[in-house]
Design a protein. Structure first.
Length: 254
């Protein structure tokens, strides 16, 4: 009876190829994220109005108190130094119109100044906004102090007041800021439609940079995948694997 002995075991895929395939998948996901972000930036750039602003719809904000203010808006631009041109971060535009035909006021100022101005008065702080459908949540503060007309204060970084739609634009600056909406005379019962917009001049450039970087990442992922799946090339001086050998059974003696 003739038996065969197996040759050398089949060569397993080495660890380097496995690492290359895994790295290819990770880099591919990263490239997809860059493509998606870049496409979103270009789409946002295409939504700009004639003045170059991307704006929200006008939504209703109302409170029975004397003022409506946002929570602290902490803008830390120092951490962006060296990464982006902070002078190119654009402007913010707020447009406000009264729903009951009262003269209206809208302004932005340092949070510390706003807190001092509103101290002791009844006012509402905007804490959360939901969309589809729109809904705003407020945290109300009680108080009996009568506020001076807001336009008479000098701490506003930007403001507008009067009848009809009132709007201001503000260059983004580092620091803690709050937006305030009131009746121009400081009386209670604020009911206004507010539209917010932003001028982001870098969206177009950022979109194309992200798409280009995503393309490079995708090419790298393809190269890694090719390195991981291509067959191993045998060196010229490497002996060919031997075929299974037949072994004659040894004769038994009795």
């Amino acid at each position: 009876m003739e038996t065969t002995t197996p040759g050398p075991p089949a060569r397993r895929r080495n660890g380097g190829k496995i690492v290359a395939i895994v790295a290819s998948g990770v880099l591919g996901l990263f490239a997809f994220g860059l493509f998606a972000t870049g496409a979103a930036a270009l789409w946002g750039d295409a939504q700009k109005d004639e003045q170059g602003y991307i704006s929200s719809d006008s939504e209703r904000y109302a409170t029975s108190t004397r003022a409506l203010t946002t929570e602290n808006l902490d803008l830390d631009l120092d951490g962006l130094d060296g990464l982006v041109d902070t002078d190119a971060l654009g402007k913010v535009r707020l447009a406000v119109s009264s729903n009951d035909d009262k003269p209206v006021f809208v302004g932005i100022a340092r949070t510390s100044d706003v807190s001092e101005y509103l101290r002791g008065s009844d006012h509402a702080i905007l804490t959360d906004i939901d969309y589809s459908p729109f809904h705003a949540d407020y945290s109300e503060r009680s108080g009996k102090r009568v506020l001076a007309p807001p336009a008479s204060e000098r701490f506003w970084a930007a403001s507008a007041h009067g009848s009809g739609t009132q709007a201001f634009t503000w260059d983004v600056e580092d620091g803690d800021w709050s937006v305030v909406v009131m009746n121009a005379d400081g009386s209670p019962g604020v009911d206004a439609g507010i539209e917010a917009g932003a001028e982001l001049s870098f969206l177009d450039e950022a979109g194309w940079v992200l798409l280009g970087t995503g393309l490079l990442a995708l090419a790298g992922a393809g190269a890694l995948m090719f390195a991981g799946v291509r067959p191993r090339q045998r060196r010229p001086d490497e002996p060919k694997p031997s075929a299974p050998r037949s072994v004659e059974p040894s004769a038994s003696t009795t």
